[in-house]
Design a protein around this ligand. Structure first.
Ligand code: 13P
Length: 256
């Protein structure tokens, strides 16, 4: 599998952090630091910061994403946001299936699949998150579980639509814990996901697929993780809230 065939993407997932003024300040600090990036740079921000982020990044190389969207086009879904609402604003990316959504908000592989299809149909690029819990790893079912999550999330997604999907491998035990997967563990599961794509679609699709690692990636460990042959980028939580740290990770991805 040839890494040069793929696009490296570093995406920040701000989660439920930053008010509008803080968001603007963080983006302004980040802009000059990442302007020469040799990878794609995305920031996925709370819904309330989308407008601020779109305005602040206009004319720059920073793309803006949301952290979730609903599968219906519109309707009686209090508190939800549709994919069309995001594209209408100019949002390009959306994170779907994040483990925090699965853990705390009852999202399942099936609803993740519905959201993925709705987002792709609306023209969004999807960052699809998969990953095992610590218990799954201890029970030696990481491979089966991640393969299942990937297959169900992508059910009825066409080969053409797949070009707008990035998969983020995020072991749940490594998220926000400071406990990073080793570079070998990250690469092993990213490679396994690529094999699943090759089997369900074909080798060309698998070769072209950007697969990120996420989970306590930071300025200190990014280079080693991103140098792995099957790790094409990162989905960054905590470290994406610090412009300088995020820029170091972008730099590491540029080196690949
Ligand atoms: P941390 O980088 O804070 O561990 O979060 C990772 C993550 O969940 C990104 O989506």
């Amino acid at each position: 599998m040839n890494k040069a065939l793929r696009h490296a993407v570093i995406a920040g997932n701000w989660k439920m952090n930053k008010n509008r003024a803080e968001a603007k300040a963080l983006i302004e600090e980040m802009k000059p630091l990442v302007k020469d990036a040799g990878c794609d740079v995305v920031i996925c921000v709370p819904f309330t910061n989308l407008e601020t982020a779109l305005a602040a990044t206009e004319g720059t190389n920073i793309k803006v994403g949301a952290e979730n969207c609903h599968f219906a086009k519109s309707g009686a879904y209090t508190g939800e946001i549709s994919a069309d609402m995001l594209t209408e604003m100019g949002v390009e990316y959306v994170v779907l299936g994040h483990s925090e959504r699965r853990q705390y908000f009852g999202e399942t592989d099936v609803t993740v699949n519905q959201r993925v299809k709705a987002a792709l149909e609306a023209g969004l690029k999807v960052i699809l998150c998969v990953g095992e819990m610590l218990e799954d790893r201890e029970n030696n079912i990481t491979a089966e579980l991640v393969a299942m999550q990937t297959k169900i999330a992508l059910k009825d997604v066409t080969k053409e639509q797949l070009k707008n999907v990035i998969i983020a491998y995020e072991p749940v035990w490594a998220i926000g814990t400071g406990k990073t997967a080793t570079a070998e563990q990250a690469n092993e599961v990213c490679a396994l996901i690529r094999d699943v794509i090759a089997k369900v679609y074909d080798k060309d699709s698998a070769d072209a697929m950007t697969i990120q690692y996420g989970g306590s990636m930071n300025a200190g460990n990014a280079e080693e993780l991103l140098a792995q042959p099957d790790v094409d980028g990162g989905l960054i939580g905590g470290a994406s809230l610090k412009a300088k740290d995020f820029a170091v990770i972008v730099e590491a991805a540029t080196k690949g």
